[in-house]
Design a protein around this ligand. Structure first.
Ligand code: BG6
Length: 477
């Protein structure tokens, strides 16, 4: 995490001049190493993973000269007093005035004890400088554990000091969803159940679980993607316009979406939710192993690597419009998109004469392509009266050399500025778990089998059935 995302993000912020002048990094880890070794490892990681290629070694060296390392077992209190002393000396040296950001890039089971130890050692005290804590997902593994964790953290930090990361919120196009919806005249008037038939939200990945088998076995697609990233996409697509762009006004509207979702009763889970696990298969002509054969995965695992669900939002805008969400690993392509399918027009004139006319569609492409496609009907040029679907296609990152900043750059900068709009508020987490807990309960009531899908396909057959029941089908990229 730190190597792939955090150090490269710090470097890119440094290059673009957005990092404050008074700045230093103290990494705490269990391995024994001196500062110089840590600096050279961090520099290597930046060279490997940075968005902007560090051609200029001088900038990289200047940055990592501010990186320090301290060896400690962060589960034990002993090291924290020394960390406090080190932070104090860095404050003096770099003029950081006691402003600290604690980034917990550790396994989730350690979040609570680290926060308690920070408090005990005085590191959470805001008398001199702000103290903020960044917490990676997953925030708990169900509602109960999330509540417990939140209780521990809020005994030490106020909500405005807590930054629960959902890195999807740092993606350019997620921030663009509300701009598209609320800064234009022609989307919002049709963005409701009078015009929209249904919405499909897809986040597919080609990669498997890589070297994260141990973590993934406990999390599965539900806790890894659905509870957080997918629901964020849903909230931004479905929310009402906020009163203002203030953090809490936006979050208030987002959370209302979750509160309006029809709870899926455990006994009805199969009517609304599908899970699956990949078996061996071919992706781009290359053979890949099945999930159960991955490193640190049980050969009898029932963990889902694919999940699809249908949710209904019971409010004035959306009643009757199903939202279909799906995410999975080892699918044919890496893509995240929101597809808004409009209702057909009444069966008169063209819709009467041309029986196979498609209804309109808007696709918000989140990644890797970032843009919006509007699909509508037009006359095919020629003497024959033919109507065909045509597309208005806006792509914001297609020009050569256009690379949007990584989500972590934006998010880290926001933590420094104290802006938590793009982070998850506690009640979002709470409502998201409530929804997921019902699904897990439903799954626990079922026989211990899980539908499978060969790697390189679009998930188990059950997933197609989910839409077929409603006379619809997934529209694959
Ligand atoms: C992470 C998940 O939060 O998001 C990973 O833990 C997943 O399993 C990743 O691969 C996807 O993020 P992105 O930015 O690559 O789409």
């Amino acid at each position: 995490m730190a190597r792939r995302k955090i150090y490269p993000a710090i470097y890119n912020l440094f290059l673009s001049g957005e990092l404050p002048e008074h700045f230093a990094v103290l990494a705490v880890g269990r391995r024994n190493k001196i500062d110089e070794v840590f600096r050279s490892e961090a520099a290597d990681a930046i060279r490997k993973f940075s968005r902007v290629n560090p051609g200029d070694n001088r900038a990289l060296e200047t940055l990592v000269s501010r990186f320090y390392y301290y060896r400690a077992d962060f589960t034990q209190y002993q090291g924290y007093e020394k960390i406090a002393a080190l932070m104090e000396s860095l404050n003096e040296k770099y003029g950081t005035e006691g402003n600290h950001i604690y980034y917990l890039a550790v396994a989730p089971e350690h979040f609570g004890s680290i926060v308690q130890n920070l408090a005990r050692s005085g590191l959470a005290d805001q008398t001199n400088g702000y103290k903020r804590v960044v917490i990676e997902k997953p925030f708990g593994k169900d509602l109960k554990s999330a509540v417990e964790l939140n209780n521990i953290i809020t005994q030490v930090f106020h909500e405005d000091q807590i930054f629960r990361i959902d890195h999807f919120l740092g993606k350019e196009m997620l921030q663009n969803i509300t701009v598209i919806r609320f800064a234009n005249a022609f989307f919002e008037p049709v963005w409701n159940n009078k015009f929209i038939d249904h919405v499909q939200i897809t986040s597919s990945e080609v990669i498997g679980v890589e070297n994260r088998g141990e973590y993934y076995e406990k999390s599965g697609a539900m806790r890894d993607m659905m509870q957080n990233h997918m629901l964020q996409l849903l909230m931004l697509t479905a929310m009402e316009p906020p009163v203002s762009l203030n953090t809490n006004d936006i979050r208030d509207e987002k959370v209302k979406v979750l509160r309006s979702i029809n709870q899926i009763e455990p006994k009805n889970v199969n009517k609304n939710v599908v899970r699956g696990q990949y078996t061996e298969g071919y992706i781009s002509g290359k053979w890949v192993p099945g999930y159960r054969a991955e490193d640190r995965v049980s050969p009898y695992s029932l963990t889902e690597t694919y999940m699809a669900m249908k949710v209904g939002i019971e409010n004035f805008r959306w009643a009757g419009v199903p939202f279909y969400l799906r995410t999975g690993k080892r699918l044919p392509v890496k893509t995240t998109k929101i597809l808004v399918q409009f209702r057909p027009l009444p069966g008169v004139i063209y819709y009467k004469e041309f029986s196979n006319l498609e209804s309109n569609r808007i696709i918000i492409e989140v990644q890797p392509r970032e843009g919006v496609i509007i699909r509508f009907n037009g006359k095919k040029p020629g003497t024959r009266n033919e109507i065909i679907p045509v597309e208005l296609d806006f792509c914001q990152n297609c020009a050569v050399g256009e690379v949007s900043p990584d989500a972590y750059e934006r998010l880290l900068l926001d933590v420094m500025k104290g802006n938590s709009t793009l982070f998850t508020r506690w009640d979002e987490v709470e409502h998201a778990w409530r929804l997921m807990d019902n699904i897990s309960k439903g799954w626990q009531m079922q026989p211990p089998v899980i539908p499978s899908y060969p790697a390189g396909t679009w998930g188990p057959a059950e997933s197609d059935e989910l839409l077929k029941m409603d006379n619809r089908k997934w529209i694959n990229p």
